[in-house]
Ligand binder design. Structure first.
Ligand code: MG
Length: 385
């Protein structure tokens, strides 16, 4: 069996968020979703999603840089070529420096295609061991701590057992204290700064140690490994690295410098599943717990993430809650039947706990976009190959 894709249809869709989502980097009100349809022998072989954001406020990539790189470099590299495994597509694309989200969108599509050809689920092909994965709920920043408390309580009420708060200088200790008091100690609480602080803030950040946080995610800028190592010495709260980790080698740097104790793996951020698995395996060998972060993906992107999160080292709850909770309109089936997280039988199988998300068990990625919704939302489209 070989993997060959003849053409890729690249689409941009626009979908408003239900509520603006604010991090220390900026506010998102509308997702510009980049979808790839991989075609072989005139038929759809796989759908995949590029998770790059609207602005370069998470990492350097945006949907526009990703679109350019996929169209000009990534697609021409793979189209028409015969690959034996999806890992070979990762190797083929590795001449492209940087642009991991652009490369990942192509590489992950090949993984889904390979799984479908073998009639197994993507989770099985990746080496997954779980049929459901736990999710927490992430809260964007709000100037009003009462609103943060309200959102945290709503998440707990909905059944989530982990809440993550975005923080930034000036909106940290006080809202965290308020939320911790409101939800109590039985609910896991973590915070994510998206690189907004500096080592000089270490005394201030140490005040967060009082709240029994599961982790402080990415307190300092991505490449500041030495400073992260120094900060970790001054904090009791474990540091989790997100933006810092683009390759398994970054994990080696983290370990060498003591720059973090937990890793957030997002397949888009690291160039796809091949590198995600390498990072996962290295963390597992070194006793570093990992979890799967989110990029406000559609239900399609979330299904890819759920498959990855079924691997054994993903021992902490991920950001895998349903896309329909934040997108005004998901792209999976209109009635929600295709939404793995909303499917009633699946929910029943997973128990009544909202915090458990079933891992799709159909062949391939296990979900497909509703083409009517895709067509309605498409703003631009190009056929490559
Ligand atoms: Mg993060």
């Amino acid at each position: 069996m070989t993997l060959r894709v003849d053409s890729i249809v690249l689409r941009e869709l626009r979908i408003p968020l239900r509520t603006p989502f604010r991090t220390s980097g900026g506010t998102t009100t509308e997702r510009r979703v980049c979808l790839l349809e991989l075609l072989a022998d005139g038929e759809t072989a796989a759908w995949s999603e590029c998770v790059a954001g609207e602005r370069p406020d998470y990492t350097a990539e945006t949907i526009d840089t990703a679109w350019h790189v996929i169209e000009t470099y990534a697609a021409p590299t793979v189209l028409g070529r015969e690959f034996l495994t999806p890992r070979q597509t990762y190797e083929a694309l590795s001449w492209i420096r940087g642009h991991p989200m652009a490369r990942a969108a192509v590489e992950m599509g090949y993984w889904a295609m390979a799984a479908r050809r073998q009639d197994v689920s993507l989770a099985t092909l990746l080496g997954g061991v779980r049929d459901r994965v736990e999710s927490g709920r992430t809260l964007g920043i709000d100037d009003d701590p009462d609103v943060m408390v309200e959102r945290a309580l709503a998440a707990v009420e909905a059944g989530y057992r982990k809440v993550k708060m975005k923080i930034e200088p000036g909106r940290d200790v006080e809202p965290v204290r308020r939320v911790r008091e409101a939800i109590g100690l039985d609910v896991a609480l973590s915070v994510d700064a998206n690189g907004a602080y500096r080592l000089e803030d270490s005394e201030h950040l140490a005040r967060l140690d009082a709240f029994g946080l599961t982790m402080l995610e990415q307190p300092l800028p991505a490449r500041d490994f030495a400073a992260l190592g120094e900060l970790q010495k001054r904090l009791a709260t474990p540091i989790c690295l997100d933006e810092s980790i683009e390759t398994a080698d970054d994990v080696r740097t983290m370990l060498a410098l003591g720059a973090g104790k937990i890793v957030n793996i997002k397949p888009g951020r690291v160039g796809g599943f091949t590198e995600s698995i390498a990072i996962h395996d290295l963390c597992l060998e070194n006793g570093i717990p990992v979890w799967c972060g989110g990029m406000l993906e559609t239900g399609l992107g979330r299904a890819y993430n759920a498959a990855l999160a079924s691997l054994p080292g993903f021992t902490l709850p991920g950001d895998l809650y349903p896309a329909r909770d934040y997108l005004a309109r998901d792209i999976l089936d209109a009635d929600g039947a295709g939404d793995v997280a909303a499917a009633a039988p699946a929910r029943e199988k997973a128990g009544s706990h909202a915090s458990f998300i079933p891992v799709p068990d159909g062949p391939g990625v296990g979900v497909a976009p509703d083409t009517t919704i895709v067509d309605e939302r498409t703003q631009r489209e190009v056929r490559l190959g």
